[in-house]
Design a protein around this ligand. Sequence first.
Ligand SMILES: Cc1ncc(COP(=O)(O)O)c(C=O)c1O
Length: 365
Amino acid sequence: MLLINDLARHNGALDAELRTAIDRVLQRGYYILGPENQAFEAEFAQYLGVTGTVAVGNGTDALELALRTLQVSPGDEVLTVANAGMYASTAIRAVGAVPRYVDIESQSMQLDVRLLDAAVTPRTRALVLTHLYGRMADVEGALAWARRRDIPLIEDCAQAHGAMRDGRRAGSWGDLAAFSFYPTKNLGALGDGGAVASNDVALLERLRSLRQYGWSGKYHVGLAGGRNSRLDELQAAVLRAKLPCLDGWNARRREIVQRYRAGLVDLGWQLPLPPGEDDVAHLCVMRLAARDAVRGALAEAGIATEIHYPIPDHLQSVAAPGTALPETERAALSILTLPCFPELADTEVDQVIAACRAVAAELQA
Ligand SMILES: Cc1ncc(COP(=O)(O)O)c(C=O)c1O
């Protein structure tokens, strides 16, 4: 089976470097918040061009701790999209706040900034802007809007490590930015991991405290609402070994998307936009009317696909009834993710293209 993201191949290509990193931690005997964490936080901050990063347990914790740092509280509302896998919604609910959803723009499938005015209320306390599928959302538009309203902006960069616009990386625009290092991410650990980035020293300080019980110093709790959410040393060492490869991996992902675009251009499907520097092609997502038939035929041909994501957050069984989001709902019925990871060979991309073309021809016949 051709996987959409073959992690054994991905990490296998870096086997020696990963073993060296893991051995270093084993020999040192320091497993939580040690020198690997400190070094990774500094190296990742430098890569992003931000003042600092704080490593945490996973990407959902990164979002939750960012919200806690901004003192988002029960009864508050947080603006976000409903097509990003429920992660932001989970974090918003975890602090007792309520997600208020903004519909997406149909071509990019990112938050439609033009709809923010209609969604804001006096209880809005933050905006979580997700850079979905690896492509940067309209962060300039969202930031300008948020600044006018004095509403803090949190970027969700879990799918956009390394994306850059006007010389500035995703994660360096908002007040805070959340990253996930879940193994499938463009920068993935060998387990769970996450980080929060910021240019604001005071916010970084609060985060550092909140990720570890609210400690102001060892065994002294200075902040309420603390958590235990730390990155272990093994994962920090793995991430340090992988970070220098990130830009190269992202470039290869863009090539793959371009190859899909060239091979599928005449099928009448909505293809991903041409990937520039601001798109790290985390997921290669198409939109097509006969999605389920194509998906079934590709599975029979030994090609795995996925739907990111099948159920919009506002339609999940745990969601409170809210307003309709027509574009989000339409997208969920037509999106399909094709295999895309740096080690995917051109011949394999061509195999997927041929299989897509064969099923499209069959459906037309
Ligand atoms: C857009 C987005 N936000 C947040 C997360 C949450 O990250 P994690 O799985 O590390 O909690 C993910 C990925 O899983 C994601 O894709």
